[in-house]
Design a protein around this ligand. Structure first.
Ligand SMILES: *Cc1c(COP(=O)(O)O)cnc(C)c1O
Length: 381
């Protein structure tokens, strides 16, 4: 028996919150900084420093960031956006919000991300953007087809909800010149409670994003709302990040080095412990470059039985994600995607969060080994 914590192994994901955030929230409430405020501006500056980019626009969610990015890229009704089916449904909903249609493509079986060849093959005259998803924190890049995409007027909008802190060569994800969107939702590596950010490509895009996120009130005039007149000359959304959420994010960012190290070490512990387990294959991550978001294993035969067995034993397993091209809301755009469909039947996400100890991992892995053995005894081959 290992000294695991049942609460810890029972959670698939969990925010890293240990106290300083509570004080920051109390202080924000005490001084009356609740809505969009200077704390939001400070968080943006700190994020820009961390990522090595000129500017960051903080918003209320990654879904909002994806929606605004599509608008900045001029995507709207009559346009198509190339997107993997293997993602959280938020990516697809953001496309529908813009009025455009998703063009689902398959993923690479090793990375669970799109590759350039699949993107090129899916381009039609209606294509205006491609939304690669940096699944699991993998810093994938479409740099090799940039020139082609540019020539055809196709923007790259990265869904980097999983990839805050990951690096491509010496630059961080977000600093490679694309429109990039991050999530600071409750289960993401850096959390504001709820929140997100987009990395604009130009100063003009930054201004437009700031206007669109605050109901179309021009950024330069936003401060005057209470005192004088202001001009609203565009449709806008209520997508700003509240100062209370920004206060949480600022504390989290200041401690992010700890979170990064902890997630990398947790990943390495899983790699070691899973090495001896038959019929379970870890979907690999380059842990030097990535801040791992989750720990996905592939169980080629009998995944459902193993999943149920583990769930019944209190292990917080998950499946990320049910394919979107098979969701009822997106059925109009469905097409056969063999790798995505096989992957969805085989993968399972193990509990992965910074509060897990080595004993917690050992417990999860030993339960997994037993579940696989018993599923085989029950006839799965
Ligand atoms: C979490 C997530 C989102 C949405 O982020 P929110 O901040 O909750 O809107 C989008 N895409 C992926 C891949 C995600 O995991």
């Amino acid at each position: 028996m290992t000294a695991h914590d049942p609460h810890s192994v029972g959670r698939n994901a969990k925010p890293f919150l240990h106290g300083p955030e509570y004080a920051a929230v109390t202080e924000a409430l005490r001084i009356g900084q609740w809505g969009h405020n200077t704390a939001t501006d400070a968080f943006e500056t700190e994020l820009a420093d961390f990522l090595g980019v000129p500017d960051v626009v903080a918003v209320s969610s990654c879904t909002a960031a994806l929606h605004l990015s599509l608008l900045l890229a001029g995507v709207g009704p009559g346009h198509e956006v190339i997107v993997p089916s293997q993602t959280f449904c938020a990516t697809i909903q953001a496309i529908l919000m813009s009025g455009a249609e998703p063009r689902f493509i398959d993923i690479n079986a090793d990375t669970l991300c799109v590759d350039s060849a699949a993107v090129l093959a899916a381009i039609t005259p209606q294509t205006r953007a491609v939304m690669p998803v940096l699944y699991g924190g993998r810093p994938i890049s479409l740099a090799d087809i940039h020139a082609t995409l540019d020539r055809r007027g196709i923007a790259v909008i990265e869904d980097a909800a999983h990839a805050f802190g990951s690096r491509l060569d010496s630059r961080k994800v977000g600093a490679t010149g694309e429109l990039t969107c991050f999530s600071f939702g409750p289960i993401k590596a850096l959390t504001c409670g709820e929140g997100g950010a987009l990395i604009p490509r130009t100063a003009d895009e930054a201004d437009r994003a700031r206007t669109l996120r605050l109901l179309g009130v021009p950024q330069s005039q936003a401060a005057r709302i209470r005192t004088t007149s202001y001009a609203v000359d565009t449709q806008g959304w209520r997508y700003h990040l509240s100062a209370v959420h920004a206060a949480i994010g600022r504390v989290q960012l200041a401690r992010f080095a700890t979170v990064e190290t902890t997630r990398r070490n947790l990943w390495r512990t899983y790699v070691q412990q899973l090495a001896g387990i038959d019929r379970v294959a870890l979907v690999d991550v380059d842990v030097e470059r990535s801040v791992p978001f989750n720990c996905v294993v592939r169980i080629p035969v009998g995944r459902d039985r193993v999943f149920e067995n583990l769930r019944d034993k209190g292990i917080g397993v998950g499946v990320h994600y049910p394919p979107n091209h098979l969701q009822p809301a997106f059925a109009r755009w469905s097409r056969p995607l063999p790798v995505t469909e096989t992957t969805a039947r085989q993968v399972m996400s193990l509990p992965f969060h910074p509060d897990m100890t080595e004993d917690d991992v050992a417990h999860v892995v030993s339960m997994l080994a037993r579940a696989v053995t018993s599923s085989r005894a029950d006839g799965d081959r």
